[in-house]
Design a protein around this ligand. Structure first.
Ligand code: J9Q
Length: 228
């Protein structure tokens, strides 16, 4: 499940270039008994299966440099770009994939530094959230993206959604590229893009505009904070 995502595109190239190392550990290898059992029914009833603590403890013991241990769970703090930036500065992180029915609470108490949710929806497991977090973190590791890509093209660069983008052809199915983008007045282009970004944000994410005034860190601030 992880090979495709971690082997492809930007992340795959970062791995190939030795900029990051991603190790996938199969919990099943640390399961109990001949059947390598990793889950059990919950105390108190209620149905479903809960991940047992012993296999997780042994799986974590097998990891030499755990760094910060993160559990993906719908009960966690919502994941944000600031979390991605923070985690991208750490030499090692370990992401423990939760299970849709839950993980024995003692795992969190004993081994987990933070619990992260990628959003309020139900998934079958924490594997996809772990891949989402990994993708968001790895692309921020210095050298992974080209200079151009980091400077621009980031939807959360200033806490606004991105302005619309156009490329060739100039006319497609009767729709023209806005004239301002073709005229070469770069100040006018900046103004137009800013206006479009604010308008798009107001329409689809008004919550982002509301939270801008209360000291929320922009992507740029967080990058400055870590001395880049
Ligand atoms: C482990 N739904 O959902 C949103 N962020 C994480 C999760 C999640 C889930 C099920 C299992 C994590």
């Amino acid at each position: 499940m992880f090979e495709g995502v971690f082997g492809a595109s930007v992340i795959g190239r970062a791995v190939d270039r030795g900029l990051v190392t991603i190790r996938v550990v199969n919990l099943r290898e640390f399961g109990i008994g001949r059947h390598r059992v990793v889950d059990d029914t919950p105390y108190g009833g209620g149905g479903g299966m809960v991940l047992k603590p012993e296999p997780i403890a042994r799986a974590l013991e097998s990891i030499p440099h755990k760094g910060r241990v993160i559990l993906t769970t719908p009960r966690g703090r919502p994941f944000s770009q600031n979390d991605a930036l923070r985690l991208s500065t750490l030499p090692h992180i370990t992401i423990l994939c939760g299970h849709y029915e839950g993980v024995d609470e003692r795992v969190s108490t004993l081994f987990v530094d933070e619990e992260i949710s990628i959003g309020d929806y139900v998934l079958t497991g924490g594997e996809l959230p772990a891949m989402v977090i990994t993708d968001a973190v790895v692309r921020l590791v210095p050298g992974v993206l080209g200079k151009d890509t980091l400077a621009t093209g980031d939807s959360h660069y200033e806490g606004l959604l991105e302005h619309p983008q156009y490329t060739r052809p100039r006319r497609f199915m009767g729709l023209d590229v806005p004239d301002v983008l073709l005229a070469g007045d770069h100040e006018a282009i900046r103004r137009w893009r800013r206006e479009q970004a604010v308008e798009k944000t107001r329409k689809t994410r008004p919550d982002m505009l509301e939270s801008m005034s209360d000291g929320q860190k922009t992507h740029k601030d967080a990058r400055d904070d870590r001395g880049r």
